[in-house]
Design a protein around this ligand. Structure first.
Ligand code: UDX
Ligand code: ADP
Length: 490
């Protein structure tokens, strides 16, 4: 059996606690790239594990199914036996959820570390020998210290002499592209205090990642870098979204602006697409966490600066929805609205912090009957997210359609909230013929062929484009001239 000469740990097996969006794809990739290693994923959620062991995986991620199929039962195993997992492997990944606290000190901002802490206690309870413990979940800076304290305090109390090396190895995969991101990461970040322990993890990744892309830092830099990377990405989205409104008022086109700005190599083209707002399990949570940490260290202004990124995102969702209500003659009461997409972005069924939540909530509060079509989201998941945010849903106002066409039948407007590729391929002429007139289309992802839709007859509202203003000028002119074309304005 392979044993590390200095650390005295077995290096042929890996256990991952937590079979979620991060743990699942990451471990599947390690299993694929390292056929000489056995990878066990354990989770206390029985339903989740039984789905990992079936053909109906609990998460949708392009390419994941194939890898799981290729490795499962060979060197990749899913189980609820956490004890056995911890006993049999000396390299343990912690990949559990770290939601924002919903009560108590730091409510709404601080990360809720109870799952991380429980992992620490579980390892303390079952570890029969020395182990490397790797934080994979996104955690606030100094979490490693908390895990280390739980482990060392239990160790001292039991009187044994095991060692625990804590490493931080944050995940930078994005949902929808997770398998590609894992296959060819821009970088792998490993933080730790012990060079030998770091070396064990470097050797695992080096099976497929070029060594120069594996960055080793101290623990705290690694933990903080993850929050900062997400905060910077989210900030770019909020920045371009704020500019989209300025474009609408001035006649500039946000797509042209973002192309011009992104062409500057110092800025670069990525993460400059104006949208209805960013969502997902990481951005908001990580920024709020950063805000909280700044405040904890007495950095009020710095905290306020980052808070503004989240505030701008909320503002974006509100203004987008207000625009819909305004355009529909200031009321959507009893109007059917077809919502295309509920996931926080394409190629995932994940609805955590999706902007669709607030948009639909606002529309329903105004009386709309919302008909959602999303290729991967199930209504139960959507309803659960409403509940998580303490938002009440009247189910007669929130309906899931089995096709986009069905959602459009008799609708006053189409509202695009997720950039699914299939939305580009639809026969909008057919949809238009089934809709109420005027038929509106609000493109919250700026992804459709707006000129083509206008030609069909849609009144299209894009993000960050002042088309409406020019049309109004035209109609004002027509009205002043006393033409019958002004009928709609009387
Ligand atoms: C993010 C980070 O990218 C990833 O590195 C980290 O590990 C986890 O958080 P993810 O949440 O999966 O990944 O999605 P991402 O692709 O980053 O998009 C986040 C949100 O921003 C989505 O709602 C997306 O639609 C939105 N977005 C992104 C925009 O609105 N405009 C853009 O230009 C880019
Ligand atoms: P992420 O997006 O970070 O992967 P998920 O919520 O998708 O988060 O997955 C986290 C998983 O961790 C869940 O399936 C949950 O059941 C599991 N989990 C949390 N705490 C523990 C624990 N102490 N022991 C085993 N599994 C845990």
């Amino acid at each position: 059996m392979a044993e590390h000469p200095k650390l005295g740990i077995r290096t042929n097996r890996i256990c991952c606690i937590g079979a979620g969006y991060v743990g699942g794809p990451t471990m599947a990739t390690i299993a694929l790239k390292c056929p000489h290693l056995q990878v066990d994923i354990v989770d206390m959620n029985e339903e989740r594990i039984s789905r990992w062991n079936s053909d109906d995986l609990p998460i949708y991620e392009p390419g994941l199914g194939e890898v799981v199929k290729a490795c499962r039962g060979k060197n990749l195993f899913f189980s609820t036996d956490v004890k056995k997992g911890v006993e049999e492997a000396d390299i343990i990944f912690a990949s559990v959820n770290t939601p924002t606290k919903t009560q108590g000190v730091g409510k709404g901002r601080a990360a809720d570390l109870r799952f991380i802490e429980s992992v620490g206690r579980t390892i303390a309870q079952f570890a029969n020998r020395s182990k490397i413990v790797i934080e994979k979940s996104t955690v606030p800076i100094k979490t490693a210290e908390a895990i280390a304290r739980v482990l060392s305090a239990n160790e001292a109390a039991s009187g044994s002499r095991k060692n625990f090396w804590i490493l931080s190895n944050p995940e930078f995969l994005a949902e929808g592209t997770a398998m590609a991101d894992l296959d060819q990461p821009d970088r792998v970040l490993i933080g730790g205090q012990d060079q030998d322990a770091i070396g064990v993890l470097v050797d695992i990744y080096a099976n497929w990642v070029p060594r120069e892309r594996i960055l080793c830092t101290n623990l705290w830099s690694s933990e903080l870098s993850k929050l900062v990377a997400n905060a910077f990405l989210a900030q770019r989205v909020s920045s371009i979204n704020s500019i989209s409104r300025l474009c609408e008022r001035t006649g500039a086109d946000v797509k042209e602006v973002s192309r011009a700005v992104g062409a500057d190599t110092r800025i670069g083209p990525k993460f400059l697409n104006a949208s209805v707002g960013f969502g997902g399990s990481c951005f908001q949570k990580d920024i709020l966490n950063l805000v909280y940490i700044c405040q904890q260290f007495g950095l009020e202004e710095e905290g306020a600066y980052w808070q503004q990124v989240v505030d701008m995102n909320d503002h974006q969702k509100v203004t987008f929805t207000s625009k819909i209500i305004q355009a529909l003659f200031n009321t959507v009461t009893k109007k059917k609205i077809a919502v295309f997409g509920f996931a926080f972005k394409k190629d995932t069924g994940d609805v955590r912090e999706t902007p669709a939540l607030l948009v639909c909530d606002m529309l329903m509060k105004d009386g709309a009957i919302v008909h959602v079509y999303d290729p991967k989201v199930a209504i139960e998941d959507a309803l659960q997210e409403f509940k998580y945010h303490d938002l009440e849903v009247n189910q007669s106002q929130f309906i899931f359609s089995t096709s986009a066409e069905e959602a459009c039948d008799g609708a006053h407007a189409i509202v695009v909230l997720t950039e699914w590729d299939e939305f580009k391929k639809y026969d909008y002429q057919k949809f238009y013929s089934k809709m109420m007139k005027p038929a509106f289309l609000f493109d919250g992802r700026n992804m459709l062929d707006h000129a083509g839709l206008e030609k069909i007859g849609f009144e299209v509202h894009a993000l960050g484009k002042a088309r409406v203003a020019t049309e109004h000028h035209h109609q004002d002119f027509v009205m002043r001239a006393g033409s019958r074309g002004s009928a709609g304005y009387s």
